[in-house]
Design a protein around this ligand. Structure first.
Ligand SMILES: [Zn+2]
Length: 245
């Protein structure tokens, strides 16, 4: 392939811009804010799940508490009714009196047991509420952090995108001055190497950083300036530094 030294030198400008674009792309993908944001989002989703579970547990416990309190009320009402009958002297038969008194004793025991249940449920409910409050507070802080990380990340993205936009504009302007066949070759090589051209300086390819052997160097020295050369090692287009001199 033949191309004017000017066109070949344009490839070095393209290579520089492509290096810059790949650096920017790498920076965009590896911003610390990306990992921070992901970790915060992960925690946020854990919190949401746990809070939803606690919410459900809390409403179950509230229902349990209400039911246990109703049970206590029922037993208490029966005890009061029995006592009222006793106090009113309505019961005269000793057998019936004994039954009523023993019923009161067993109802009181039942009331004690049920009050125990109410207390247990209330304790569980308090514990659930405490845990929910703790997690809610953590979630509030986390929402703020997420917003903050998002803002920092978006600012970094905007800066990177602006630089990339400028680099792409410059690249388009330079690429317009490169003949199609040379640009086509460069772009194919770029797909493999990120940059498709490298400078040959002091007998060394600055793409793969390998020194060329004497035979290759002799062949290159003998080649006319418009000959498009390739590095024998990395296959990049090799631009002789002296072309720009
Ligand atoms: Zn090379």
């Amino acid at each position: 392939m033949k191309a004017s030294p000017q066109a070949q030198l344009k490839l070095l400008e393209l290579a520089e811009l492509d290096t810059e674009l790949s650096r920017l792309d790498h920076r965009r993908r590896t911003l610390p804010e990306n990992a921070e944001f992901e970790a915060a989002q992960q925690r946020d989703s854990e919190l949401r799940d746990e809070l939803a579970t606690l919410e459900a547990t809390g409403s179950d416990l509230s229902r349990d508490q209400a039911k246990a309190e109703r049970d206590v009320d029922q037993v208490r009402t029966r005890i009061e009714r029995d006592r009222a009958r006793l106090d009113a002297g309505q019961v005269s038969s000793p057998k019936e009196l004994e039954n009523l008194q023993s019923e009161i004793v067993s109802l009181e025991r039942r009331q004690g047991d049920l009050e125990e249940v109410v207390l247990e449920v209330m304790e569980k409910l308090e514990e659930t509420t405490r845990r929910r409050d703790t997690l809610s507070a953590e979630q509030t802080v986390l929402e703020g952090r997420l917003a903050d990380i998002g803002t920092r990340r978006d600012a970094a993205f905007a800066e990177i995108d602006e630089q990339a936009g400028k680099a792409r504009d410059s690249r388009a302007g330079i690429a317009a001055d490169v003949p199609d066949d040379l640009l086509g070759l460069y772009d194919r090589l770029r797909a493999q190497h990120t940059v498709g051209a490298a400078v040959l300086r002091n007998g060394r390819c600055e793409g793969c950083h390998l020194s060329l052997n004497t035979v290759d160097l002799g062949r290159i020295r003998a080649a006319p300036p418009d000959e498009v050369l390739r590095c024998e090692e990395c296959r990049r287009i090799l631009i002789r530094a002296e072309l720009g001199a």
